[in-house]
Design a protein around this ligand. Structure first.
Ligand code: KIV
Length: 277
């Protein structure tokens, strides 16, 4: 059995099985989340914040996403791999979007690409899908529009805003996407979209009624406790675990307790050193 295909993911929705998605940005994390049995791995442009330490995702480049997706690809055996199209790699024209999506697919090892935006992105999605590239849509809180939204804010709170997001989701499905991320939406709005769409919805900060959920791997593992928005749940406290482990290592290096004999190499017969003086 190889990596999950778009058909396998459709079957999960048809069978009422929830879809589990996480982000990963390197080989080591990819290997671990694959071992944990997730269905989908996204190399998100969130790497700009998580890996590069930036305050938003806008500076992330296509080359950077290709590099990280290649690394992740080497660690996955079973999970479906999604490539996140960075800011300004698909907004200029559908042709630009297709060219960059094509490059992502040829070079990175991904099986699909993700684009943010609803009605405004539909023509780009449609052209990419026509070229045989599976597309994941992304509506609601779309981080690449952080400045237009006035911050990372929950969308669809008013009736009018909710209707706009529903229209966006329908446009993404109509354009041919096989799956859609719903980010930062009230639970009832995400539920309505999930009920109205045939394609699976994957929520992040969008309540429990979505067909699946996605979290940033470093968030769910509790690797940065200074970042704790309401929708993030820590399933481990790796921040403390890692700090404690590295402290213990530092203490042992400083006291010469490490490396001990068990972690050192010895010759069977000690070398006779000629006395040169
Ligand atoms: O970039 C990302 O990690 C994402 C997910 C949060 C959906 O877009």
């Amino acid at each position: 059995m190889g990596r999950k295909s778009v058909l396998d993911l459709r079957k999960l929705k048809a069978g009422n099985d929830k879809i589990v998605m996480v982000t990963a940005y390197d080989y080591t994390m990819a290997r671990l989340v694959d071992m944990a049995g997730v269905d989908m791995v996204l190399v998100g442009d969130s790497l700009g914040m998580v890996v590069q330490g930036r305050s938003d995702t806008l500076p992330v480049t296509l080359d950077e996403c290709i590099y990280h997706t290649k690394c992740v690809s080497r660690g996955l055996e079973k999970a479906h791999l999604v490539f996140d199209m960075p800011f300004m790699t698909y907004q200029i024209s559908p042709e630009q979007a297709l060219q960059n999506a094509g490059r992502a697919m040829q070079e990175s090892g991904a099986q699909s690409v993700k684009l943010e935006g609803g009605e405004r992105t539909a023509s780009a999605i449609s052209l990419i899908v026509d070229a045989g590239i599976p597309v994941v849509g992304h509506v609601g809180l779309t981080p690449q529009s952080v400045h237009a939204m006035g911050g990372f804010k929950v969308q669809g709170r008013s009736d009018e805003a909710a209707e706009r997001v529903v229209r966006d989701a329908l446009a993404v499905q109509e354009a041919g996407a096989f799956c859609i991320v719903l980010e930062g939406l009230p639970t009832d709005v995400a539920q309505e979209i999930t009920d109205r769409l045939d394609i699976p919805t994957i929520g992040i900060g969008a309540g429990v009624h979505c067909d699946g959920q996605v979290l940033v791997s470093t968030d769910l593992l509790g690797m940065n406790t200074s970042f704790k928005p309401k929708f993030v749940k820590h399933y481990a406290s790796l921040e403390q675990t890692i700090v404690d482990a590295v402290k213990a290592y530092g203490d042992e290096v400083r006291s010469s307790a490490f490396p001990d004999a068990a972690h050192s190499f010895n010759r069977k017969t000690p070398r006779k050193v000629a006395k040169l003086y």
